[in-house]
Design a protein around this ligand. Sequence first.
Ligand code: AMP
Length: 252
Amino acid sequence: MKVLVPVKRVVDANVKVRVRQDGSGVELANVKMAINPFDEIAVEEAVRLKEAGRASEVIAVSCGTAASQDTLRTALAIGADRAILVETDVELQPLAVARLLAAIVAREQPQLAILGKQAIDDDCNQTGQMLAALLDWPQATAVSQVSMAAPDGGAIEVVREIDGGIERLELRLPAVLTADLRLNEPRFVSLPNLMKSKKKPLETLPAAELGADIAPRWTTLKVAEPPQRQPGVRVDDVATLMARLRDEAGVL
Ligand code: AMP
């Protein structure tokens, strides 16, 4: 079973994001970028499936500018076998990415696509669902466990964390999964593995060759900093807390 893992280059989760002066977006100049954390988890899961003998090949794919090669190298260092950069300078929105990925699926014929449940820059949480819809494949979103058992009649078993419990699903393959935070803890990418990843194949495909309509569907009107929070105060006892909540915050 081939596994496709789409990975997005985003601002590193440890960077404090700053809004551009003109409110047109967030500052990206000289900012540390990294693989989207949920995608790192998705790559780790695909590599574990391979190590467990359930997957034959793990292919990482990223859509964006040439800078996304770094993100693909991280995926290769975790253990992906090869990588595809779908290169474009167009600002990609989820439907555009889903269309490009659907074209890659048609080319590569994977049995499973594991995406992150959301990209931490746009927080859209849409691409996996749109990809499943375009392919007409079953989907399980926010997956927290994937069964490593031997393939059974072309199906895969997963667990999802839902309000008030867990949901266990069996999906007919091919299928789309999106990875939640608790799915696994990605391995540490060692320097030797990072060096070795430079020797793994990384193919670049111009997005225009895939024939997908990737034109943006929305325009960002304004991005603003969240309102500053007032600093907290300590009170001496519960009675004072209750009085202040009643008299000043008006919540009692
Ligand atoms: P989103 O719908 O934007 O929150 O993204 C959900 C998931 O779709 C991400 O975690 C990635 O797995 C995938 N994805 C989004 N954008 C890209 C991209 N430009 N290239 C590859 N994968 C992407």
